[in-house]
Design a protein around this ligand. Structure first.
Ligand code: NI
Ligand code: MN
Length: 225
């Protein structure tokens, strides 16, 4: 039994049995986040890329030695140097963790750490929990190979950025949902800042018009995976 909890921006928590997974835990400086940094507690952090609005509070949360950070190679090595426990992966690779199989996909974006260090390539994240498959696109432009990701994975839930300016906007994200063949779509990466304001209801209407489900989550909302 798994559930998805949305914490605003691209910060998504997944509880799978007794395992807590944070994806892109941007808490400090995230005006939409419903939890504070002191409350943050998880077993794994998975990072899509190094930008501050995704990397977020990772060093503080992962100062707890029981937390493992899963990220692309360069970002992992950067965290290793800070004494953080990591598991380095790279695009196209998958690895079976105790909670499920993580695979990193392409994402067309850029990546560096908040202090400007090289952080390798940005990624999308597929987690196969056995009966259900979850996809977090990270920050990305629309690209045609999303079709291939959809062909190779039966995606139940997809978190897609819709805020435009830095990533896909609404219409590109609707096309992405179609390419990915995602059953249910959750819009993320919008309304956090003025420059990424987006109308989630408009997105929902457009997703439903292509015969798919859209769940607009407010920070703190959860949904069963
Ligand atoms: Ni970014
Ligand atoms: Mn971002």
């Amino acid at each position: 039994m798994s559930k998805i909890i949305y914490h605003g921006h691209s910060f998504v928590e997944i509880n799978h049995n007794d395992t807590v997974i944070y994806i892109d835990p941007f808490i400090t400086g995230n005006p939409l986040c419903d939890i504070n940094a002191e409350q943050a507690k998880c077993d794994y952090i998975i990072l899509s890329h190094g930008h501050a609005d995704h990397f977020g509070d990772t060093p503080a949360i992962a100062s707890d030695k029981n937390v493992k950070v899963i990220a692309t190679a360069e970002l992992s090595y950067y965290l290793d140097a800070k004494g953080i426990s990591t598991h380095a992966m790279n695009l196209g690779g998958s690895f079976e963790f105790p909670f499920g199989i993580v695979k990193l996909t392409l994402a067309h974006h850029s990546s560096s750490t908040p202090d400007g260090a090289y952080a390798g390539d940005p990624a999308g994240i597929i987690i196969n929990f056995g009966e259900k498959t979850f996809f977090h696109a990270g920050d990305t432009a629309l690209f045609y190979d999303m079709k291939l990701i959809g062909e190779m994975n039966k995606i139940d839930f997809a978190c897609l950025p819709v805020g435009d300016n830095f990533t896909m906007g609404i219409d590109d994200a609707v096309k992405a949902a179609e390419f990915l063949n995602a059953k249910t779509v959750i819009p993320v990466h919008y309304n956090t800042f003025e420059v990424i304001k987006a109308d989630a209801d408009d997105f929902k209407r457009k997703i439903e018009s292509i015969g798919r489900k859209c769940i607009v989550m407010n920070p703190g909302d959860s949904v069963e995976l």
